[in-house]
Design a protein around this ligand. Structure first.
Ligand SMILES: [Zn+2]
Length: 594
């Protein structure tokens, strides 16, 4: 989701957000065209034979087999949900409070557990439970339904529940500013349990089908493919209803399983990223809004097709059936529900949508949705990637100068943020999910990816990201899984890098000085590091303007010690005119010259 780190409270963040257009100047060409060459890909928005071949080679088995699953989670061990089928019945007339839900759950039992524990909060009244079509015993407490299972292991089970209630959260039911009732799922991070009986944890991904019955006049958007939209014949005097069905073909996690019900106007963005989808053909995109805001479209969504195509070429084919962009009641600025991104309604009403926000949420379709962190402390694998990929879109679409300016703004903010100095990106545990999201998992994590790219180079960095993505897509991953893929792509050990940037708080506080040795006609660089943090091992770019006016770019390796001095091997024609340290904000560091 989109939650700039300058905003500390989740609720209402969207109302305070100022999402403006990014700078437009493109003084330098994008380095990403170089990335494309390094990968052997055609990055310019055009054809991409290499990826088409790759998609064809990789598509079937892994995708349909639910990807690589991690057994490293401790949440509900022995249970692996494969599929949810929810039927949601809304009442015909307002006030829309209680909903009736039927949940059919197909699961695999991977160990001899005798109880299925589903998350579902107390306002939901459970009436019937069955296992393999036979009535089943269950007990209820304020947060779970515990269902007795027949003896067995390594088997598949079909569990069904019926329940009813008015969700306090998770499914946000409200009237909009025009007095029309609407309902929007907003599950992140663990709020699905307010209305959906699930194993409510990112480590257990499953396909989901939705059958939603709502008053005619509403339309329903959800994850996956639209299967059916059928008005029902109503008896005289009754409110006519419409049944809408959606279904996913890919497993997703509970926080990104949603429906949106409202009197939508739908703006078709058309097809893009053709042959860059896991599904045949192109990626279809649309924008679902309140009718009175339709005139603002497409606005920033005019580039939505290019954004999907760019990420698909850079990473892998788009992972879902379609991509809907939805004006909604989410508490976040944007929420990356799989195949159906929800945005705060205020952004549409102020006509303040930005390409940066669209790029962030779109990048999540790959990172966060298709590859999901196994455990919450690794949430940077979602937010850090979305943050950095939005910056990569800036780099691609606006050029190097705009990208560097974006990274500098991020760096300048991060070094002033107390949390950067006090907590690592990956925490040992996140006992309070209300504190899951912070500037570390967004900005500092995005910066860490930027530094990784600088450390191992564009080619190894993007090849490593691609192999990480393809290995874990439609499954789960941990930080160590990413490290392994990047070490394989670069041939370098990166434990020191991951340790200093992800598992330790802080940033580099550097004091730099240089000396020119007349006899050698070369410089040496001395770097001091503050006592505040453990010293960092760094590669620092340096730009030197020589006595004759020539500009030389080089770099110096800084040891993880309080003071290190390194000779520069670049021959010079005299004492340098100027020396600039880290001119393009490659490092999360403060640098002062001595
Ligand atoms: Zn996000």
């Amino acid at each position: 989701m989109y939650l700039p780190y300058s905003y500390t409270k989740l609720a209402g963040a969207a109302l305070r957000m100022t999402i403006g257009s990014a700078p437009t100047a493109a003084a330098r060409p994008s380095r990403l065209s170089g990335v494309g060459r390094a990968l052997g890909l055609q990055i310019a928005l055009g054809s991409c034979a290499a990826l088409i071949a790759l998609a064809a080679a990789l598509a079937p088995a892994r995708v349909l087999a639910q990807g690589v699953r991690s057994d490293r989670t401790t949440y509900r061990p022995g249970i692996d949900v494969l599929d949810y089928h929810f039927r949601i019945d809304f009442p015909a007339r307002p006030p829309i409070g209680a909903i009736n839900v039927t949940a059919e759950i197909a699961l695999r039992r991977t160990a001899p557990v005798d109880t299925l524990v589903l998350d579902l909060l107390a306002p939901m009244q459970v009436s019937d439970v069955s296992v393999n079509s036979a009535p089943a015993r269950f007990t209820r407490d304020s947060s779970t339904v515990r269902i007795a299972l027949p003896g067995g292991s390594g088997d598949s089970l079909a569990v069904a529940l019926r329940y009813r209630g008015a969700p306090a959260d998770g499914l946000v039911i409200r009237t909009d500013s025009a007095g029309r009732w609407t309902a929007f799922g907003d599950n992140y991070p663990d709020r699905a349990r307010h209305w959906l009986a699930t194993v409510d944890h990112p480590s257990d991904k499953a396909t989901v089908s939705w059958d939603v019955r709502a008053p005619l006049g509403s339309r329903v958007v959800a994850n996956g493919d639209l299967i059916e939209e059928s008005p029902e014949t109503a008896p005289a005097g009754a409110t006519p209803m419409v049944l809408t069905r959606w279904r996913t073909n890919r497993p997703i996690y509970t926080a990104v399983m949603v429906i949106g019900v409202a009197p939508f106007a739908v703006f078709e963005l058309g097809a893009s990223a053709c042959s860059l989808s896991e599904f045949p053909g192109c990626v279809r995109q649309s924008v679902w809004v309140a009718p009175e805001t339709r005139s603002t479209l497409p606005g920033a969504f005019a580039r939505a097709g290019d954004i999907v195509a760019f990420f698909a070429r850079l990473v892998a084919p788009f992972p879902y059936e379609k991509l809907a962009h939805v004006m909604s009641a989410t508490r976040y600025g944007g929420m990356e529900n799989a195949g159906a991104i929800f945005y705060a309604d205020g952004i549409f009403r102020r006509n303040a949508m930005s390409e940066s926000l669209i790029a962030h949420e779109t990048a999540h379709q790959w990172f966060g949705d298709a590859v999901t962190e196994t455990e919450w402390p690794h949430v940077w694998l979602s937010e850090g990637f979305a943050t950095y990929f939005a910056a990569l879109w800036t780099e691609f679409s606006q050029g190097e100068s705009a990208f560097v300016a974006e990274m500098k703004r991020s760096r300048d903010q991060l070094v002033k943020t107390p949390l950067t100095a006090s907590e690592p990106i990956v925490r040992a545990a996140v006992p309070d999910l209300g504190k899951l999201l912070n500037s570390n998992v967004y900005g500092k994590a995005g910066y860490t990816l930027h530094m990784l790219r600088g450390e191992i180079g564009d080619s190894a960095f993007f090849r490593g990201l691609r192999s990480y993505y393809l290995k874990y897509r439609h499954g789960n991953a941990l930080t160590a899984d990413l490290q392994r893929e990047l070490e394989a792509s670069s041939g370098a050990k990166l434990d020191w890098f991951f340790e200093q940037w992800l598992y330790r708080p802080g940033f580099a506080e550097l004091t730099v000085s240089w000396r020119y040795d007349e006899a050698r006609r070369a410089m040496s660089i001395t770097v001091g590091q503050s006592e505040r943090f453990q010293p960092y091992r760094l590669t620092m770019p340096i730009e030197i303007t020589t006595a004759s006016g020539r500009v030389i770019r080089t770099s110096v390796h800084v040891n993880a010690s309080r003071v290190s001095t390194q000779p520069l091997t670049v021959p010079l024609d005299g004492p340098p005119r100027t020396v600039s340290f880290d001119p393009d904000a490659s490092l999360l560091a403060t640098i002062s010259a001595k």
